[in-house]
Design a protein. Structure first.
Length: 144
């Protein structure tokens, strides 16, 4: 097991006089993180946008790993995520909807149901951290 799988280190650094940060994990390109006006300048992703991308990419990684191990042909793969925010503070997500679209000639509905459940329950750490705190719904669509 590599050190990266045991511990992760990230940093953010303020880059203007408002709320624009540069986020960095060693070995990767920096990411611009900001907040919406009037507090920020909308110069980067918000923290909640990054969370949506994080849960989507984590689930996508698990699903694609399983599909490829099953020998399935993947033409295209996409996850659209939609977060619904609470109106009271803290205004985090009350619900996250994830919609997966897979173009494949040989992936079945049963394949997807099995690996989504397995990924959400066991293999996606970001999903596991959100589960129980946020209502989540995952749907999928298969295209031939």
């Amino acid at each position: 097991m590599s050190d990266k799988s045991k511990e992760l280190f990230a940093s953010i650094k303020l880059v203007n006089d408002r709320l624009n940060f540069e986020g960095l994990v060693e070995g990767n390109k920096p990411v611009s993180i900001d907040y919406t006006p009037p507090l920020g300048d909308n110069l980067g992703y918000t923290s909640l946008e990054l969370l949506l991308m994080s849960i989507s990419s984590c689930l996508g990684t698990a699903l694609l790993t399983f599909l490829r191990k099953m020998g399935k042909t993947i033409g295209s793969f996409e996850i659209e995520s939609h977060g619904i925010r609470r109106q009271e503070h803290p205004t985090g997500f009350s619900k996250i909807n994830l919609h997966i679209t897979v173009a494949s000639p040989d992936v079945t509905d049963l394949d997807m149901k099995k690996i989504i459940q397995l990924s959400e329950e066991t293999y996606c750490p970001v999903f596991a951290m959100v589960k129980g705190n946020v209502d989540t719904e995952t749907t999928f669509e298969l295209k031939r």
